[in-house]
Ligand binder design. Structure first.
Ligand code: ADP
Ligand code: ZN
Ligand code: ZN
Length: 818
């Protein structure tokens, strides 16, 4: 009987691919192991075994595999099941999930290597110039990679040249696979065994009599190993402890006194520091904790609606403690890791080296180490803190998932597939592992609150700030009136200036919030109204004063600022709109003697950019911090008295059905940064629409009213949670093709879904990098089967792809777009 395996390839294929294996390989292989397999013309990929069986694929002849890459599975059965769910729910291929789910270093690269045929005899005149060049180069170098050949021949299309040389039997092409992941090696030292006896030791010290530094090293080594005999000693540590340079140690190695050896180290060491018990909860927190525990008796998922600074984190900590005590793993999901230095040190203070962080800014190797620690259920991976992609880790015995700030939109992945929402995926993950799930927020997503109201989740409320600190007082400033009465200085109302002045006088800090979205300054001609556009995208270029440039935020196109209007030549240009940079500039003019900092995408580049600003603010080196929504995410500053929201209207006017909900969440979250100690904080909201219901609801901290009103609108206009959405985005270089394709697709979909198909419609920015975009939205009523709907959509998409004219159009499917 022949043997086969099914393999998930890291490609957007609909099906698993079948390969043939020997009886011995079939015996050895298990689902979740990696194999290198040929696919397509001459490519080799790493795939994951999904099944071992004896069924011939019939439609094609199963090729043999190249190589088995693992001794034990690197992907668990639970992960395979989770991938399957993700692929089916988010309408993508399991191969796409695979790509997102395991560290790229696990997917061995296939690099084509070209070598000369052994004992080759060449008739030189039979070769073209390019062929000769390559042949000659290969006589000097034993092998070349495709990229090197591209450079050598100075052209892109080198494959025909190689092919021809293969046909002429001059070169061979083989694919070589190697592991990308290299563990970090570190140098260690130990005493040569011949000195281990007491006698040997005395002899050694005598010998070193005239080398005091070397003697000192030996003494240090003794005293260190007296403390912990079996602990391996790093060369660096020994040098540091004995206060000598590493050269002294090296010379001892040369003398044969010490032995040097390499060993793999863990990159993810916990920095040390005392581990202390968690804090005692106050009565309200205790009450909430009891309610959560009770809720888990009935419901797997619990929503904790606790106002800002109510001490939600300490409640999570208690639940984590309990879980860790039973030996289970805990996943702590966060919207953005950049914002978590504060949280991680808090968790490390409680759980020490049991905390592991899965960081988007980590290197490939670091990610592999986290992955492996989780896979091996190591004691270092009990509390796993991470961003959305950490739902893909190979958990063992997952007992609890905490989703902090569950309303955050960054939990949704935009691009590439799988376009999943980590909160929703976490709920499914919890189900698969039989784990409890805790969603926490001061401003829950409408969907989550709806689920809680409809008994899908349980709900626990926490309405008091820790230490009975009052919620900040909120004042609304009508800037239309302020403009009329000429009480504005730039974008600052007189009220805001007064409050800032007062706060600074009392040596307290200020946060000013200005949303970045759609609000960067644009250059406009006062004479003809022209504003410079990006040549590749349908957007105006934005002005950056730092380097006096105009830039495109979509494609990065930039140009120097022009002195005159490019359309009419008028020198009268002004900037319209304002971003954080503008606020900062105006602020410097208003408060020249105070230290001002800015936190946005531009100032937080680099691994530690963000931390630096946070630390400077915490330590009082910055008195006024200007920032975008980055400021909203769970930061806990002690000395902030005043928060100013520069302009509420741009948030409210954003063209999206979630705009109002989002504005409420954003404003309430920024407001929550004010007054976290005894003194009551103050929040000023500047707006042209002081009576807007959302502004009013923020000012009264009225989540319930916001929820009720927004929900009613969602019901009326057929949006989530009443209807599910699937968005199809077409994209291509040919404008009319995209239009035709979109019409074709919309018409076909309307045959099945009638008035629940919206569009096709151009998005607000309809051209990016010279590609045109068009959207179609499908609304799915609650009672309509989701599975059947997706099946129908897939069928329509298949017929679409079969139309030759539409071959150049890409269609992206986004389930639950955000
Ligand atoms: P939230 O996450 O709900 O906004 P935090 O968990 O950040 O609130 O708590 C707000 C502040 O109160 C933090 O500075 C925290 O250290 C403090 N805090 C919360 N609970 C306790 C407690 N039980 N004992 C001492 N301090 C607490
Ligand atoms: Zn002009
Ligand atoms: Zn552009």
């Amino acid at each position: 009987m022949p043997h086969f395996i099914n393999v998930i390839l890291p490609l957007p294929l609909e099906k698993h691919f079948t390969y043939s294996v020997s009886a011995g390989e079939a015996e050895f292989l298990q689902p979740g192991m990696r194999v290198a397999v040929p696919f397509g013309k001459s490519k080799i990929y790493t795939g994951i075994v999904s099944a071992v069986h004896q069924e011939d694929p019939k439609i094609y002849e199963a090729k043999p595999i190249e190589q088995i890459l693992d001794k034990t599975p690197v992907v668990t059965a639970a992960q395979l099941a989770f991938w399957k769910w993700l692929a089916s729910y988010y309408m993508c291929a399991e191969g796409e999930v695979l790509r997102a789910a395991i560290p790229s270093a696990f997917l061995l690269e296939s690099e084509t290597i070209v070598q000369l045929m052994k004992d080759v005899e060449v008739e030189e005149e039979e070769l073209t110039d390019d062929e000769y060049l390559l042949y000659e180069a290969l006589q000097r170098q034993s092998s070349l990679k495709i990229n090197e050949i591209i450079q050598l021949l100075d052209k892109k299309t080198v494959l025909p040249v190689i092919n021809s040389l293969v046909e002429k039997k001059v070169v061979v092409v083989n694919q070589e696979i190697y592991e990308q992941y290299r563990p970090k090696m570190e140098k260690y030292v130990r005493l040569d065994p011949k000195h281990a006896s007491e006698e040997g030791m005395h002899q050694l010290l005598d010998e070193l009599n005239r080398a005091p530094k070397q003697r000192q090293v030996i003494f240090t080594l003794f005293s260190l190993s007296a403390k912990d005999k079996d602990k391996p000693l790093k060369l660096k540590t020994l040098a540091k402890e004995s206060r000598v340079s590493t050269n002294v140690i090296k010379s001892l190695v040369q003398k044969g006194v010490l032995e040097e050896y390499d060993s793999q180290t863990d990159r993810l060491q916990y920095g040390g520091g005392e581990v202390s018990g968690s804090m005692e909860l106050n009565e309200y927190q205790e009450q909430a904790l009891q309610e959560i525990r009770a809720a888990y008796e009935k419901e797997r998922v619990c929503l904790l609606h606790g106002i800002t600074s109510s001490g939600k984190t300490e409640i999570y900590v208690k639940l984590i403690e309990e879980m860790v005590a039973t030996g289970k793993q805990v996943l702590y999901l966060l919207p953005e890791i950049a914002l978590t230095a504060q949280l991680i040190s808090r968790l490390q203070a409680y759980f020490g080296e049991k905390v592991i962080v899965y960081h988007s800014k980590y290197s490939v190797n670091e990610r592999v180490e986290v992955y492996q620690n989780v896979l091996n259920n190591s004691s270092k991976a009990k509390v796993i803190v991470g961003v959305r992609s950490s739902v893909f880790l190979p958990f063992h015995d997952l007992g609890l998932i905490v989703v902090d700030e569950e309303h955050e939109s960054t939990f949704k992945q935009y691009d590439p597939a799988p376009r999943y929402h980590a909160r929703d995926a976490a709920v499914v993950l919890g189900h698969m592992y039989n784990a409890s799930v805790l969603l926490g927020s001061a401003t829950p997503a409408l969907e989550s609150y709806f689920n809680a109201e409809h008994s899908k989740y349980s709900l626990v409320n926490l309405n008091r700030r820790y230490g009975n600190v009052l919620l900040p007082e909120i004042e609304i400033v009508d800037i239309k009136e302020k403009h009329r009465k000429r009480r504005m200085t730039g974008h600052f109302s007189d009220r805001l200036v007064e409050e800032i002045r007062e706060t600074l006088a009392e040596k307290e800090q200020v946060i000013l919030f200005q949303n970045r979205r759609g609000f960067s300054p644009i250059l406009e001609c006062n004479t003809c109204g022209h504003s410079p556009q990006c040549p590749n995208c349908d957007v105006s270029l934005t002005y950056h004063s730092r380097n006096n440039q105009l830039r495109c935020h979509y494609c990065g196109y930039n140009m120097a600022l022009q002195k005159k209007c490019m359309a009419c030549g008028s020198p009268e240009l002004s900037t319209k709109g304002f971003g954080t940079e503008k606020v900062e500039t105006e602020l410097k003019a208003l408060f020249p003697d105070h230290k001002i900092g800015r936190m946005d995408l531009d100032t937080t580049r680099g691994k530690h950019g963000y931390e630096k600003i946070i630390t400077a603010f915490e330590e009082g080196e910055i008195e006024i911090l200007v920032g975008t929504q980055m400021l909203t995410k769970g930061l806990d500053f002690r000395n902030v008295r005043l928060v100013g929201i520069m302009n509420a209207d741009t948030l409210l006017n954003f063209p999206d059905f979630r705009a109002h909900e989002r504005s409420f969440q954003l404003m309430l979250q920024v407001a929550g940064r004010a007054g976290r100690t005894e003194k009551r904080g103050k929040v000023l909201i500047q707006t042209y629409n002081p009576h807007h219901q959302i502004v009013q609801q923020v000012s009264m901290n009225n989540y319930a009213d916001m929820y009720k009103e927004q929900l009613e609108e969602r019901r009326q206009y057929k949006y989530p949670p009443f209807y599910r959405l699937i968005r199809l985005t077409l994209r291509g270089r040919d404008y009319s093709r995209v239009n035709e394709g979109a019409d074709w697709l919309a018409t076909s979909l309307k045959n099945s879904f009638y008035e629940n198909v919206l569009g096709p419609e151009f998005p607000p920015v309809a051209r990016i990098r010279n590609e045109y975009y068009k959207n179609i939205l499908i609304k799915i009523p609650q009672k309509q089967s989701l599975g059947k709907t997706k099946g129908l959509i897939e069928k329509v998409l298949q017929s679409f792809k079969a139309v030759g004219a539409f071959r150049s159009i890409r269609v992206v499917v986004n389930v639950d777009p955000y």
